[in-house]
Design a protein around this ligand. Sequence first.
Ligand SMILES: Nc1ncnc2c1ncn2[C@@H]1O[C@H](COP(=O)(O)OP(=O)(O)OP(=O)(O)O)[C@@H](O)[C@H]1O
Length: 449
Amino acid sequence: MDNVDIKEKIMSALKEKVSRQQWEHWFIDFYVKRVEGTHVVFEVGNLFLKGYIEKKFDKVIKKAIAEAVSQGATYEIVYAQIVNPENFEDEVPENVALVRKKPVLITPLNPKYRFDNFVVDEFNQFAYNLLLEAAKKPGTYNPIFIYSEAGMGKTHLVQAYGNYLLSQNPDLRFAYLTSESFMNELITKLKSGNMEEFRERYRKKIDVLVIDDIQFLAGKKGVQIELFHTFNTLYEAGKQIIVCSDRSPKELKDFQDRVISRFQMGVVAQIKTPSQEAMYKIAKKVVDDEKADIDDGILRYVAAHIRGSIRILKGAVIKLIAYKSMYGELNISIVKSILRDVLTEDTSTSSEGDIVDVIAKTFKTTKDDILSGSRDRNTSLARQVCMYFMVKKYGLSTRKVGEIFNKTHPSVINSVKSIEKKLENEKDFALLLRSIEKELQKSVGKAYS
Ligand SMILES: Nc1ncnc2c1ncn2[C@@H]1O[C@H](COP(=O)(O)OP(=O)(O)OP(=O)(O)O)[C@@H](O)[C@H]1O
């Protein structure tokens, strides 16, 4: 049998085993590229289809090649890549899937949003894994619903997913839009009598549809209906759908039940609230990416006191970087002043607690004794050392330190002075304080003197 015959035989064996609808949806752009003995290499014009076909039709393909080639024949699917889009000729070599002359990027993506600059921690691990997996094995999870409070990384993550997919397959038609722009376009097309154009665009010309801020469609019944049909058509055609929202599907108010149940059909992932440590990691990443240098202690302070989202944290860190590059100096009082709108008034009890912990260990006493006002000499000294570090190294006000230890303002000042005097006069004590400082750098963050 010559090569053309065997290719045809494989394709007709396959065609017999699937429904007409499946054939039209999935195999219209699917070819036998070559047959190497008992190994068949299929080619598909789109990476997304590749993943889906491998997953859904593996058994069927194996049966078809067992029949057409031989029992136990193996296969692989490759996807057509554009070798050089500029030199694309009208004449297409036999059995090579048609590739378009230009990438069909429906929405420009921000190249800054990538997986490799997305900080992953417990709060976003699941959503990150899900989208990374979806990018590497297209078609595995569909639809995907991602929700979080504003500014917690949904857009970054879905655009990283888009950038990754497009790097693998520039021919992919990736549409990223907010539900508001979907609605606005729908209204415009409705008014101008171009609904067909709208439907053609959103139902037939898209491989991946990402709709952001879906909550905006609450109560907008007509748009929900259009979205529902768009969703169904794309889903049936095996196209990837990702929906982003500020709340879970269950919490979406004034949405038709059938729309909500579509959202729940696939995988729902929440990006939760980042821990202080995760906020610190993100702040550090911003500094590293900007090739800047901001004291670790300051970053920890900001991470612990920021009011709000990752977006706000990033903005705050960028502000600090700009300030430092202009004035060269940055300390805690400056930080408090330039970030006063976004920092919480309250100082972080957890880092203060950590300072007391570290010092309690060094003095072989306990945190409770230090905080309870025990008059034991060793514990009193430890308490004074705590006050010294908090005021002198961590920039806390003497008023705040007084509140923590239940001491008057002058008493805090006296304690700090007495530690400074001891430092000057006692070499061993100075060494001890240096070792405490090192310990604090590890567990609380660098001090800023
Ligand atoms: N895990 C992360 N690592 C690094 N940067 C992050 C991370 N999460 C969010 N960011 C950054 O925080 C900013 C806000 O994120 P993004 O716009 O993705 O949030 P969002 O959840 O889509 O917000 P909204 O709901 O307002 O659309 C962006 O600059 C983004 O790069």
